[in-house]
Write a protein that binds this ligand. Structure first.
Ligand code: PMP
Length: 422
C-alpha cells in the first residue's frame, strides 16, 4: 500500500482571504480600548471557610480574599449535607451520567431531583438542563418555535439566555418597558386577540435587584390569554417559606405556567430547570434539542441539588439570616454615605457611575484590601451606571462588613466620588 505524504499547509495567506488571527486580535483590542475586556480573578474556594477564598495572582503568589460577589448566596456550595450527598453519589455512581437523558443517561437521581423541583414550585412536572442558561434558551426556543403564530412579549431587561431563546425561535416578539405592566397591556391590545401569546419575565432582576410586579403581569397576561413564563434564577432558595421564589412568597405560583430556575446560585451546585404542567414539560422534553442532544448532568450534581433543595425547604432561618446580613450591609454603606441602589432584594448595587473608576476601585479592593467584588460595566449595565454588585451572605461577619464599608469609604475619597446624602 502506498501512503500519500501529507503536505504541510501553506503559510502564505491566500490573496483576499480573511486573516483569522488578525481578525481575532483586532476584535480583542476593540474590547481593551472600550474598557470591556474581561479579566478573571483566579480563586480557589476553601472548604468550610466560605466566603473566604485564596486568590492566585498571575506571578505564582497567592493571598486570602473575602468574596463579596458570589451567587452562592447562602453558602450551600459548602454545606455538609450537600457535600456529603455528592461524595456518596460519586462513591455509588461514579462521575459522569454516561449519556444523554434518552440514551442511558437518566439516573435515578435525576428523576428524584425533578420530583423535588416540581414539589418546590407546586407543579405537576419538572425538567432539568445543564444550566439555567440552557433551560431558558431551550425551553423558550422550543415553545416559541413550535406553537404556530405565537407572539412573545418580553421584558426589556430580560437575561441574555431568554433573549437568545426568543431570537432562536424566530417568533414575532414585542419588548415591553421594564416591569411596566401597562405597556405590556398596551402592546398586547394591539395584536390579534386570537393569536397565541407568551409573556416572558424575571422575578428578581440580577443587576438592579428590583422585583417584577408579578401579580399585575399575570392579570394582564390572563386578560389576553397568554402563557406566563418567569425566570426565578435569583430568587429560588431565597424567597418564599420553602425557597420556592418570589412567586411562592406572593402566593402566585399557580398563576404561572412555567417557573424556571437554576441549581447554580442559592442551591450552590449547577444546572437549570423548568417546572410546569405535565403536558407542557413533556412537550419541551420531547422537542427541545438543547435537552435531547446533550449529556445529562452528573448524578452527583443531582444528588447535591436534592440535598440542597430539601435543606432550604426546611430552613427559612437561613433566608432570614441572609436578609439580616443584607440589612446590615446597607446600613453600613449608609453610614459612610456610599450610594447604593434602593431595591427590595438581596442584591446591593453600589453605584460608581464611571467605568474606569469602577474597575480601579475593584482592582484596589482586591489587591490592597483582600476584598473581591467584580466591577460591572457596559454593556452589562448602561453607561453612567457602572457599579459594584455586592451580594452579602449570612456568613459575612460584622467585621467583614465594617472592613468593606471603610475600604469603600477610603476609595470613594481617593476617587473624589460623590457621597449619598442621608
Ligand atoms: N437567568 C438569569 C436572570 C441569570 O442571571 C442567569 C445567570 N447569571 C441565568 C438565567 C443563567 O443561569 P445559570 O448560571 O444557571 O446558567
Amino acid at each position: 500500500m502506498t501512503i500519500t505524504p501529507i503536505t504541510a499547509p501553506s503559510q502564505e495567506p491566500i490573496q483576499g482571504q480573511l486573516d483569522f488571527d488578525r481578525f481575532f486580535a483586532d476584535k480583542l483590542s476593540g474590547l481593551h480600548d472600550g474598557g470591556n475586556y474581561r479579566v478573571f480573578a483566579e480563586l480557589e474556594r476553601q472548604r468550610g471557610c466560605f466566603p473566604r477564598a485564596t486568590r492566585h495572582r498571575g506571578d505564582g503568589s497567592t493571598h486570602d480574599v473575602t468574596v463579596w460577589c458570589s451567587n452562592d448566596y447562602l453558602g450551600m456550595g459548602q454545606h455538609p449535607d450537600v457535600v456529603s450527598a455528592m461524595h456518596e453519589a460519586i462513591d455509588k455512581c461514579g462521575t459522569g451520567a454516561g449519556g444523554t437523558r434518552n440514551i442511558s443517561g437518566t439516573n435515578h437521581g435525576h428523576v428524584k431531583l425533578e420530583e423535588e423541583l416540581a414539589d418546590l414550585h407546586g407543579k405537576q412536572a419538572a425538567l432539568i438542563f445543564t444550566s439555567g442558561y440552557v433551560s431558558n434558551w431551550a425551553a423558550l426556543g422550543t415553545l416559541l418555535a413550535k406553537i404556530p403564530g405565537i407572539i412573545c412579549y418580553t421584558d426589556a431587561l430580560n437575561h441574555a439566555s431568554m433573549i437568545e431563546g426568543i431570537r432562536h425561535s424566530r417568533c414575532e416578539k414585542r419588548i415591553f418597558r421594564h416591569n411596566d405592566w401597562k405597556d405590556l397591556d398596551r402592546l398586547m391590545s394591539q395584536d390579534d386577540p386570537a393569536a397565541p401569546k407568551l409573556v416572558a419575565f424575571e422575578s428578581v432582576y440580577s443587576m438592579d435587584g428590583d422585583i417584577a410586579p408579578i401579580e399585575k403581569i399575570c392579570d394582564v397576561a390572563d386578560r389576553h390569554g397568554a402563557l406566563k413564563y418567569i425566570d426565578e434564577v435569583h430568587a429560588v432558595g431565597m424567597y418564599g417559606p420553602r425557597g420556592g421564589g418570589v412567586a411562592e412568597r406572593e402566593g402566585l405560583m399557580d398563576r404561572i405556567d412555567v417557573i424556571e430556575g437554576t441549581l447554580g446560585k442559592a442551591f450552590g451546585v449547577m444546572g437549570g430547570y423548568i417546572t410546569g404542567s405535565k403536558n407542557l414539560v413533556d412537550f419541551v422534553r420531547s422537542f427541545a434539542s438543547g435537552f435531547i442532544f446533550t449529556t445529562a448532568l452528573p448524578p452527583a450534581l443531582a444528588a447535591g441539588a436534592v440535598a440542597s433543595i430539601r435543606h432550604l425547604k426546611a430552613h427559612d432561618d437561613k433566608r432570614l439570616a441572609h436578609q439580616e446580613a443584607v440589612r446590615k450591609v446597607r446600613a453600613a454603606l449608609d453610614r459612610q454615605g456610599i450610594p447604593h441602589m434602593a431595591n427590595p432584594s438581596h442584591i446591593v448595587p453600589v453605584m460608581v457611575g464611571d467605568a474606569a473608576k469602577c474597575k480601579w476601585i475593584s482592582d484596589i479592593l482586591l489587591d490592597d484590601y483582600g476584598i473581591y467584588v467584580q466591577p460591572i460595566n457596559y454593556p452589562t449595565v448602561p453607561v453612567g451606571t457602572e457599579r459594584l454588585r455586592i451580594t452579602p451572605t449570612p456568613f459575612h461577619t460584622d467585621a467583614d462588613i465594617a472592613h468593606l464599608s471603610s475600604a469603600l469609604c477610603d476609595l470613594w475619597s481617593q476617587c473624589a466620588l460623590a457621597r449619598a446624602v442621608a
